[in-house]
Design a binder for this molecule. Structure first.
Ligand code: RAM
Length: 897
């Protein structure tokens, strides 16, 4: 059959377990060999058993045939969902001609424990050892019997701290669970199907606990931000074939002991003494009579919510590219890539011998590890051998940002096989790919992706190496769009929005960092400088920008509904703290890390205020809140007018006259008529005056190339993209960067390393140019009125030294791709792919457009495309799904401006 329904997902995930959404959203994709495939109707069946579903019975929900093109974000509309319920579903669709597909394959989801009263387990931990500063990681365990054949076994687990769950000797789940949240407010619960791991007879369940963000070091304000020591919570629900139910839960009947992990800390590394391993502790038959009784925490007042964030996993294992023995007898490895995760080492040696793995991003000129930028972070793991043949070690509850590894104390000759690097991050599936004819541009894109891999770890962190690694909201908002092209960040940012909500102040202010890492809680912000205060412009605005981004990329209206009130409070807060709509003294980070260009705070703060109001108006419009839509649009216009009165002079110069002021004023729509032209002139003059160099910091950088391109200065945008002289993106690449640096001048030929107190070589913010690469260079954009790429706007813009670019983005509908080539004679060829169920408007630059080798003419075509209009400079087509090849000729005229 040529028309199929495939790739079913529930809440963005294939077969998720333990949801707590009362109305989960369903997603599917259409597949067809035919161009122009659309869905005209669908029917969803949801059933409480696989067998009933196989009989086409939707005992939970039979949507009936619904005339609709929706194949994403379809809201479950059946009977109320039960705690621990299992739901199986399938879908049938009809195409544009009314032909039905067959039924899809069966997908499923399960619900978690929906009622707090169902939690009977106690939070167990191990008492602190006296006179030990960094505590060993507790192990907790219990043996239990099962009196019959197991039908279904589900584990619901979480911790204040980190846990690694073990069932009958097997590791269950992923890394760093339950993730980073404000533990005073909420903790995420993970659900695991452990049916294959348990059996009739004796069983064992256990966990190793880590300090993690809960009581280990967080940011640079020390440890124990949320609590003193870790606690573990588990309920294992077992259903036997005979219908009997059994619950194993954490309580005082468990046992606890210390094990080989002497200490573990996210920021200070781990120490492991293999001599203290507890062989067989997680298996049945282990004698735990010598273990202690755990102590049980009185309770927990925060929320227990179903885990939303994608699990953290090892996504790649890398071999080092070189190793060098130092005079001191240590070995320094180069991993060839600044990466985040850790090292696994193989070693043979005497019992009690100690080796150390030390990690750094750069080398000093003398070849030693550059550790100065770590501040109080210690990127070292220590291993003490048990002396039993080949031993392997990798840490569990810490991570490092590094390219270089120094192996210290190694017994014998280490070589390239001695260590491997493990790349660790939130496993957000890759959705974007981009490649051009230019090796440096490709490297830049790779660095952007590595910046994301290095910093999306439970929350979007600013950096992975020094004692910071926090959810800085300004960084997150400027990079959110780029991030969402690169990877599926739907759930990652949905979770982060809850972190922002948990940190939102009673005043309505969104904070600079989420989850709050102690500053707000302990009122630690610096009132004089306003550092760490909530509400800095371009940071707090993430509370509006991120939901809007999820709407654009995934058509997610629920995120807008859920947080609408919070977004309104934010904008009202800004308004209340403005002076005739100009925001006087906020934005204390300014245009953070701009280079030789200080943007006045009040200009930034007022511009971002306008932007938040504008987005809020659009969000109100999407939600059908007509009055709010008009109201906030009015507010936006008033702020824009106030901005012009306060900051724009008669020559169209904007106060501060930095690139960023012009870029923001242009992109946020704050200028009118003549002022726009003037702003472009001033912006380009500034760039030209600096020898085609940029000066933008975190807040301006993401909008710089879009502003230029939208204003007809694609030439300047490309000049900046490929500029190799300092400051520029390519400068770092010329000097070997494999990630995006925090600062344009992180290292320069003239000054060497920047101040070590703040010099990360793995920070994604300045990589927000990735958004421009997809939206403008490759020309893959979504239509805000038909978001989630239901309708794509395909408009590639060749220029500069780029003659070829191909990119693809895996949308919820399937892959949208472009692949263009510009020959020296001006011949332009563009291949476009649009997934079934979606459509696109394609703007082909140049004249004499052809489609699939034939001249384009206005007559409707039977092959899935129509020519909408054509000028000397471009031809615009409306196309349906499928693959198309467009050709044109781009003359000198098309470029001249
Ligand atoms: C530093 C980091 C972070 C930034 C703040 C303002 O801690 O560079 O990315 O958001 O400052």
């Amino acid at each position: 059959m040529s028309f199929r329904v495939v790739h079913l997902k529930t809440e963005y995930v294939v077969n998720p377990l333990g949801l707590d959404e009362s109305k989960p959203r369903l997603f599917w994709r259409l597949e067809s060999e035919k161009r122009g495939t659309v869905q005209s109707a669908y029917r969803v069946l949801v059933s409480s058993s696989r067998e009933a579903l196989d009989r086409d019975e939707g005992d939970q929900w039979d949507s009936g045939k619904v005339v609709s093109a929706s194949s994403i974000q379809v809201v479950y509309g059946g009977k109320p969902l039960q705690s621990e319920g299992q739901y199986f579903w399938k879908v049938q669709a009809w195409d544009g001609e009314g032909n039905p597909s067959g039924w899809s394959e069966t997908a499923y989801w399960t619900m978690g424990l929906l009622d707090r009263g169902e939690w009977k387990a106690g939070w167990i931990g191990r008492k602190t050892e006296a006179n030990v500063v960094m505590q060993p990681s507790p192990h907790v365990r219990k043996s239990f019997g099962i009196a019959g054949k197991v039908k279904r076994a589900t584990a619901y687990a979480t911790a204040l701290g980190l846990y690694e769950l073990r069932v009958n000797g097997e590791k269950v789940g992923d890394l760093f669970a339950p993730g980073f949240t404000d533990y005073d407010k909420r903790v995420q619960v993970q659900t695991y199907d452990v049916t294959p791991l348990v059996r009739e007879g004796e069983n064992a369940v256990g966990a190793v606990l880590g300090d993690g963000w809960y009581c280990g070091t967080v940011g640079f304000l020390g440890s124990k931000v949320y609590g003193e020591r870790p606690f573990f919570l588990l309920q294992l629900h077992i259903e036997l074939e005979d219908g009997t139910k059994q619950i194993v839960k954490t309580d005082s009947t468990w046992r606890t002991a210390r094990g080989p992990i002497l200490y573990s800390d996210m920021i200070k590394g781990e120490a492991y003494d293999a001599r203290l391993e507890l062989a067989g502790w997680d298996r049945p038959g282990f004698d735990d009579s010598g273990w202690e009784q755990p102590d049980v925490r009185p309770g927990y007042n925060g929320l227990l919510t179903a885990s939303i964030e994608p699990p953290v996993r090892i996504t790649e294992t890398r071999r080092p590219i070189s190793v060098r023995r130092t005079d001191a007898g240590t070995f320094i490895y180069d991993m060839g890539q600044n990466m985040v995760g850790w090292t696994e080492v193989k070693v043979r040696g005497a019992r009690g011998a100690k080796i150390t793995l030390s990690h750094a991003e750069m080398l000093n000129p003398d070849g030693s590890l550059y550790l100065d930028n770590l501040r109080v972070a210690v990127q070292q793991d220590h291993y003490i051998l048990k002396g039993e043949g080949e031993e392997r070690y990798e840490p569990r509850f810490t991570f490092h940002g590094f390219r270089y590894v120094e192996l210290i104390g190694y017994p014998g000759e280490a070589d390239l096989d001695t260590i491997v690097g493990k790349v660790v991050h939130s496993d957000t599936p890759r959705t974007g790919r981009l490649e051009t004819n230019d090796a440096m541009v490709n490297r830049l894109y790779s660095n952007i992706v590595w910046g994301q891999r290095g910093n999306f770890l439970s929350v979007p962190t600013d950096c992975p190496q020094r004692d910071e690694r926090l959810g800085w909201t300004g960084d997150a908002q400027i990079f959110a769009r780029t991030a969402s092209y690169n990877m599926d960040v739907s759930r990652f940012f949905t979770k982060f929005m809850w972190d922002m909500i948990d940190a939102q102040q009673p005043s309505g202010a969104f904070t600079d960092v989420a989850p709050d890492a102690g500053w707000i809680r302990h009122k630690m912000w610096n009132t004089r400088l306003n550092w760490f205060a909530p509400d800095n412009a371009g940071w707090g605005d993430a509370g509006v920008v991120i939901p809007w981004t999820l709407y654009l990329m995934y058509g997610d209206t629920r995120i807008l509904e859920t947080h609408y009130g919070a977004m309104v409070r934010w904008v009202e807060y800004l308004k209340a703290n403005s002076d005739e709509l100009v925001r006087p003294s906020y934005a204390n980070y300014g245009d953070w890390l701009s280079i030789d260009a200080d943007t006045p705070n009040e200009v930034l703060a007022t511009a971002y205020f306008a932007y938040s109001a504008k987005l809020l108006s659009r969000i109100a419009g999407v939600l059908g809140e007509k009055r709010d839509e008009a109201h906030y649009d009015g507010l936006f216009r008033d702020i824009a007018a106030a901005f012009r009165r306060a900051f724009v002079d008669a020559e169209g110069r904007i106060h501060g006259a930095t690139q960023t002021v012009y870029v923001l004023a242009l992109q946020f729509g704050l200028l009118e008529g003549e002022q726009r032209d003037a702003a472009i002139r001033h912006l380009v003059d500034d760039i030209r005056g600096r020898g085609d160099r940029l000066s933008t910091g975190f807040l301006g950088v993401g909008y710089l190339l879009p502003a230029l391109t939208d204003s007809g200065r694609l030439d300047v945008a490309y000049a900046l993209l490929t500029q190799e002289a300092f400051p520029s993106w390519m400068y770092s690449i010329k000097h070997g960067a494999t990630t995006i640096w925090e600062r344009w001048d992180g290292w320069t030929e003239h000054n060497g390393f920047q101040t070590p107190s703040m010099n990360s070589f793995n920070h994604y913010s300045l990589g927000s140019v990735g958004e421009w690469m997809f939206r403008y260079m490759a020309g893959i954009e979504t239509d805000p009125d038909r978001p989630g790429f239901r309708h794509a706007i395909v408009r590639p813009q060749p220029g500069g030294r780029l003659t070829e670019a191909k990119a693809e983005y895996e949308s919820l509908y399937g892959v949208v791709s472009t692949d263009w080539k510009l020959s020296p004679d001006g011949a332009f060829r563009l291949a476009v792919r649009v997934p079934a169920g979606a459509t696109a408007t394609v703007v082909v630059p140049g004249s004499g457009a052809r489609v699939d080798g034939e001249p384009a003419n206005a007559a409707a075509s039977p092959t899935g495309w129509t020519l909408a209009w054509q000028t000397e400079a471009a031809a615009t087509f409306e196309i349906g799904s499928g693959e198309y090849v467009f050709e044109s000729v781009i003359g000198a005229a098309a470029f001249a401006r």
